[in-house]
Design a protein around this ligand. Structure first.
Ligand code: SF4
Length: 442
């Protein structure tokens, strides 16, 4: 059992967890392959935030079920594993390992059990001490690295499974975060993304007791780092010091993702989001008044139980007011164990779809307008790759926009990971296009 295939569903936290899992497997002598057919060990790192994501995993397991007879071993990791636990062995008897994210530190021991032929191995505890100290990580991106600074969540948003699948909030010590960030910078990473379900409630558990804004500034001071990002924020814990820090230090990317979910106070209360529309707008005001322009993005759920047409209109009005640069928008999806299941006023699927399409159409127009304003400007990008089909390089701006661009050397140059100045010549709703302004700053 020496090759593995790992597929990841869901958020950035999961993507980073998968890096840790892959690193652990590589260190044990496994090699990674591109398809499940080639693999001895098939792992799915799962997401249960929406029903669709969960169903996808079970359909994958079904699809490759016959492989179990040929000696393949299957593992379900992540949020569905934590949520369903040992029930997965009943639903999919060919699965041998079920482990939640808090147990990845014990992965080497679990692999020993699997290699010994044990066909029901579990890792489902929330042992805080084991959460972060997974020493081996393998970066999927050559120049961008991720660091988990806080795990779990102590909020109880009515629609969300995360407190059940990732457990209570646990912050990592600032010393450990800083040591990892320095090590990554020494390895040549120039961008670091700090991750957590709610990075704003980060609190260093050691006597120094740094808050998130302090940690952010200290990480950005590490020599060699060009960009530092973070995700995701909860508006209730979002403080002005974070905006001030971004204003002061250009290494901190000028982008804040601040999930609002709804523009209606009535819906926010039913969602148990712990802030009002006005409190949210105050935070937006801080961001808009920052020393330098900061891009704002958000998450929106439409069709939450009890959402009226008037509530929905309030969300649309908020989009107009804030003018987000991008949004992630979803239809409400009922999830097991969440308190929203007990609410009245469930909205029919067709109505949710109608609202989602209106919302997305409005946002598309806003993005088109916002992106058009950038035509003619020169922006710095970090190069992420080359698109053979279009003959363009793919860059990402500090504000997290994708900027595809041509370069005089075409694909002959090796630009991956470099920082270049690019003149924006065209704008679309989801990306920008341009040409290299010729100046390589790095
Ligand atoms: S803050 Fe709310 S939405 Fe975010 S992870 Fe916690 S419970 Fe879920």
């Amino acid at each position: 059992m020496k090759t593995f295939y790992l597929e990841t569903f869901g958020c950035q936290m999961n993507a980073h967890d998968s890096e840790k899992v892959a690193g652990t497997l590589l260190a044990r002598g496994y090699s990674q392959v591109e398809t499940p057919e080639e693999a001895d060990l098939i792992l799915y790192n799962t997401c249960s935030i929406r029903d669709k994501a969960e169903q996808k995993v079970f359909s994958r397991l079904q699809q490759f079920k016959s492989g179990a007879g040929k000696g393949k071993v299957f593992a379900v990791l992540g949020c569905v594993a934590q949520q369903e636990g040992e029930k997965i062995f009943e639903k999919a008897p060919h699965v041998s390992l079920v482990a939640g994210s808090a147990s990845y530190g014990k992965l080497p021991e679990m692999l020993v059990q699997l290699e010994a032929g044990n066909r029901h191995v579990t890792g489902l505890s929330f042992d805080a001490d084991e959460t972060f100290e997974t020493p081996i990580t393998r970066g999927d991106k050559p120049h961008r690295a991720y660091i988990t600074i806080i795990e779990g969540c102590d909020k109880s948003c009515a629609y969300c499974v995360v407190p059940f699948t990732r457990g209570p909030e646990r912050s990592r010590t600032a010393a450990s975060v800083m040591a990892e960030a320095r090590r990554l910078a020494e390895f040549g990473y120039t961008e670091i993304q700090l991750l957590g379900q709610n990075v704003n409630s980060y609190r260093d558990p050691s006597p120094e007791g740094w808050d998130f804004a302090t940690l952010l500034e200290r990480v950005a001071e590490i020599p060699g780092l060009r960009r530092t990002r973070f995700t995701t924020s909860h508006p209730r814990d979002f403080v002005k010091e974070i905006v001030d820090a971004i204003g002061r230090n250009p290494v901190l990317c000028d982008h804040i993702h601040l999930p609002v979910q709804s523009g209606s106070d009535r819906v926010l209360e039913r969602m148990q989001r712990l802030y009002t529309r006005d409190e949210y707008r105050r935070r937006i005001e801080w961001i808009k008044n920052a020393r330098r322009p900061i891009s704002i993005t958000t998450d929106v759920i439409v069709g939450f139980p009890g959402e009226t047409e008037a509530d929905f209109e309030e969300t649309l009005a908020l989009l107009d007011e804030v003018e987000y640069d991008s949004i992630f928008s979803f239809k409400y999806s009922p999830r097991p164990t969440t308190s929203a299941l007990g609410l009245d006023g469930h909205i029919p699927e067709e109505e949710k779809a109608r609202r989602l399409s209106i919302l997305q159409e409005k946002q598309r127009a806003i993005q088109m307008r916002r992106n058009n304003e950038l035509a003619g400007t020169t922006l710095e990008v970090q190069v992420e790759g080359y698109n053979q089909a279009t003959g363009q390089w793919i860059g990402r701006t500090s504000q997290n926009r994708i900027l595809n661009f041509t370069h005089p050397e075409g694909c002959r140059a090796s630009l991956d990971g470099q920082y270049l100045q690019v003149l924006v010549t065209r704008a679309g709703p989801n990306s920008l296009a341009g040409e290299s302004a010729g100046e390589n700053l790095f």
